[in-house]
Write a new protein. Structure first.
Length: 170
């Protein structure tokens, strides 16, 4: 098992995948990690829809002009939908759960990528229609999952933007 910093250093957005199916055990592990993510007042306003049907995944590739093509090759996806009526921290809560998924996928040897949907009406409508998500929920994003068909370089620790870090005052 790798330490957390190494996991963060190695986790990159992967947009092309092999045709190897993602085992349900790995998807369940990713979901468990998301279900343990923190949320304001532990309200847990999120709902997750797992998609493994290749026809639906390929249709998800068309939810945006740019930034959704990874669903042309992904073998699984997880929709993150959130009930905004429950808390004013719903976007942060959903984003934290999605980030837990991205890190858990990397830990499991899978590639993953966030596809932002919220605020893009046509994108959200397509995802909602394909997955039968009720209008009472906002679709925040869809995470693509699969076995990597590309390699990305690890983050170079020497090239991180340390100038963005401020101590005591800005």
């Amino acid at each position: 098992m790798q330490d957390f910093r190494t996991l963060c250093q190695k986790r990159r957005s992967i947009r092309t995948y092999t045709s190897q199916p993602v085992e349900r055990e790995k998807i369940d592990y990713i979901l468990q990690c998301a279900l343990m993510s923190p949320s304001g007042k532990r309200i847990n306003p999120w709902e997750f829809v797992v998609v493994t049907d290749e026809t639906v995944l390929r249709q998800l590739a068309g939810c945006k002009t740019y930034g959704s093509q990874m669903f042309n090759t992904s073998m699984a996806g997880i929709v993150v939908a959130v009930d905004a009526s429950l808390t004013d921290t719903w976007q942060a809560d959903g984003a934290i759960a999605a980030e837990h998924m991205l890190l858990a996928a990397a830990e499991q040897g899978l590639g993953a990528c966030w596809c932002h949907v919220y605020g893009r009406d046509e994108s959200e409508a397509l995802v909602r229609r394909l997955t039968n998500i009720p209008e009472t929920l906002s679709v925040l994003c869809v995470i693509s999952l699969g076995y990597k068909n590309e390699e990305r370089k690890d983050y170079d620790l020497q090239k991180l933007q340390y100038s963005k870090v401020h101590n005591e005052i800005f």
